[in-house]
Design a binder for this molecule. Structure first.
Ligand code: GTP
Ligand code: ZN
Length: 340
């Protein structure tokens, strides 16, 4: 890496020791670039100077790259030599060949958006929280449309009860006040992404964060991504600068994320129940009818909410039925682990 100016500009793009430490001395002449959008046949990149080419080798597949990835490119030919390990990775479950589609990489904070109205659903928020933990990102619940809800504080209180120390903010996505409220997670070099149902205000928030007059502004309520044939640089980038520093990733893929393969995340979100379960008399306790069940005892004493227990059980069931299980060499079951 050359001079400190370059690295400090790179840090504005999200570069950090985590990535710098992966660069071998023999790779010092290569240029770190960040993937700004992924198309079927090509990638777009950025570096400290702005748009930067990313050419893939003939045998490479764009599906192996996610928006937000860091790669090392040959500065003369723009050819991608290597992708650096990811800090975090958001994936989509698909029915396709390998079952996973990459949605975004190296997202520091995941804004889980829901509005202060009928969209608000604790079970769905829990799923998004699990997804955030599973990806390695920090979740923040963003309650939108506070300006239209007389009872926003009630939603706030319910969301905060989902997990100890969970950040929950209440805002009007159309107001510039939202920028100030989200500032703690949008500093220089920070990357955020938004998930949530259709219509909760994700595009509106991206626009508000990007600032007015930004040429990256998304059109709300309309289709954003279009590949204009015959022109090659007109597609919307998926990595948008935030006015006060940082980046927000917004892609169609991230808008349709849902939970799968979530066992690790479930243990983080429902750690209290997992702890209780360890104290049950039977190791294979189903926490339904067994004597000596510490989980049922906690429900009976009012320490544990029965509905929350029900959601935990449903998520575990779903996760078990979806997690691919491979049969190991001696017929012992090997559950696939996260691999970034
Ligand atoms: N009053 C008010 N309206 C909002 C707020 N956030 C979003 N809206 C409006 O809600 C509508 C939907 O907002 P979008 O930003 O398009 O929602 P989205 O989550 O991007 O929806 P998809 O693109 O379908 O995923 C728009 O008309 C917004 O102006 C808010 O906090 N307050
Ligand atoms: Zn039990």
């Amino acid at each position: 890496m050359s001079g400190s100016n370059t690295s400090s500009s790179l840090e504005r793009l999200g570069w950090s020791d985590f990535f710098a430490d992966q660069v071998n001395p023999s790779e010092a002449n290569l240029a770190p670039r960040r993937v700004a959008s992924v198309h079927r046949a090509r990638l777009e990149g950025i570096d400290a100077q702005g748009q930067a080419g990313l050419e893939l080798a003939a045998n490479a597949n764009t599906a192996d790259y996610a928006v937000g990835d860091w790669v090392l490119a040959d500065p003369l030919t723009d050819v991608v030599m290597r992708r650096l390990d990811r800090k975090t990775l958001l994936q989509r479950h698909t029915e396709a060949r390998n079952g996973q589609q990459l949605a975004a990489a190296n997202v520091d904070t995941l804004f889980i958006a829901t509005s202060c109205n009928a969209d608000f659903n604790l079970a769905r928020l829990e799923r998004y929280l699990i997804m955030a933990h599973q990806a390695g990102t920090t979740p923040v619940i963003v309650l939108t449309k506070a300006d239209t809800a007389p009872d926003a504080e009630d939603y706030h209180r319910q969301a905060m009860a989902l997990k100890k120390d969970l950040p929950v903010v209440v805002l009007n996505a159309r107001s510039t006040d939202a920028v100030e409220i989200l500032k703690p997670w949008c500093g220089i070099g920070q990357t955020v992404a938004l998930v949530g149902s259709s219509g909760v205000g994700k595009s509106t928030l991206v626009n508000t964060l990007a600032g007015s007059g930004s040429d990256t502004a998304q059109k709300t309520g309309t289709i954003r991504e279009h590949d204009a044939q015959g022109r090659h640089t007109t597609t919307a980038r998926s990595l948008h600068p935030i006015a006060g520093g940082g980046w927000v990733i917004d892609t169609p893929g991230i808008r349709t994320l849902y939970v799968s393969d979530v066992t690790d995340g479930i243990d983080i979100l429902f750690g209290d129940i997992s702890d209780l379960a360890e104290r049950c008399r039977f190791r294979d306790c189903t926490h339904v009818h067994e004597p000596g069940c510490a989980v049922q005892a906690a429900v009976a004493s009012g320490q544990l909410d029965a509905e929350r227990l029900g959601r935990w059980r449903a998520l575990l069931e779903e996760s078990r039925s979806r997690t691919p299980v491979q049969t190991g060499p001696r017929g012992n079951k090997v559950v696939r682990r996260n691999k970034y």
